[in-house]
Write a protein that binds this ligand. Sequence first.
Ligand SMILES: [Cu+2]
Length: 486
Amino acid sequence: MKRREFIIKSAIAGTALTIPNIFSFGRGGNKVVGNQLRFPPVLQPGENLVLQTSNVEVWPGTTTEVIALNSSYPSPSIIVNKGDNFSVLFENQLSEEATIHWHGLLVPELMDGHPKDAVMPGNSYTYTFPVFQRAGTYFYHSHAHHLTAKHVYKGFAGFFIVDDEDEITLGLPRGEFDVPLVIQDRRSVNQPQFIYQPNMMDEMLGYLGDLPLINGTPEAFFNVQKTLYRFRILNGSNARLYKLALSDNSNFWLISTDSGLKEQPAQMNNVYLAPGERVDILIDFSAYTIGDSLLLKTLPFQGSGGAYPQGMQMDLLTFNIVGNGNSNGIVPANLSSIEYYNINDIERTRNFTLTMDMMGGGMHKINGLTFDMNRIDETINMNELEEWRFVNNTDEFHPMHIHGVLFQVYSRNGNTNLPPNDKGWKDTVLVNPSETVSVLVKFTDYSGNYLLHCHNLEHEDDGMMINIQISNPTNVETENHNPESF
Ligand SMILES: [Cu+2]
């Protein structure tokens, strides 16, 4: 047994989440159709992450071949406290290379899972880094060269949840009332397999499906009490964008963007969530009646066509109201303090023009470039505030993700009046068709070779990714591990 390297928060792990379902009868006593929402296991201290092909039950009575960690789909959830030194041994038992990227976490270059740092078949690697960020819903996934999309589609992605004292004191719902939900779409035509064979159209639009899985559960239902819940929602899909809403159009509170709590909760009745993004929301079920059901849906919106249209309406998760339990959670008036950057403090502006080109080595490009492992495309000084403008010259959605930094959205098409899900700390920002999105970026923690890429994973593997080099001119690591920094 290795020494205890990080602390498991059993409160979030929620022992009640694993009790047998005794409420699977709906109104009128009819058996509810569908499958009870599953939860991935929580990685235990000293446990390794073993990447291998295995067969798991996704649809009852059948098995699905997955590429996942510790034979779990979704991959195990990692739960740590701010201040922990996280360390895990990663064993690659596949016959192809792999890395783990810790999405949204600020980690040293060699821990970031850059494809140049691939772990070869049969090899292992210890990922270790201090967790100095505040509480939030982060995740991890494959970042292997030209293999990211396939790996993630087949199951290689999991939650990385950070907890801290500041959040505990707020009185948000905890334990069994604090529920992680990862949304991933698969193709019903291939059921029960996760066949990954993108054709030309899939590489252009992304590999989209018609069948949503929630925590790997098809036709998922979740039995809830008449009380306040927190849901940590991760879009773990390769390419699908969701417009999340409740079936009765009622309001929920948005409390967190990618990288931790907002300043105040924002009441909304729908929110867009692009691949790689997370939102935490509070839903109050107290006004419903036992026996009622409510759906979490994705609403229709304008998107690409094809066999699996972007923007198609889907039912994602059924909430069955089954009891009078109380989370004792509250909707706090204030959540956290966020210091917003001032546009007048920028040292420079960089433009990143996003194009789709039928010719050349790859179709999706950033500033006319496709990814070259051995080429540094941008050099950025640490501790200097910059404005990065993503200019989308395509009619597709591009969720742009930056490694090694948390940033703030500044404007969309010049408009600084932003929706609530743009306000707060971000690591991924949706750039809509023909839109220009401006973000304010300052690297404060680590120097080295990081990445900027589209989180539509087909676009990423297609080459919509560039190397960024963070340089520290003073050559003095000013690693800012001050808890107040983010
Ligand atoms: Cu893209």
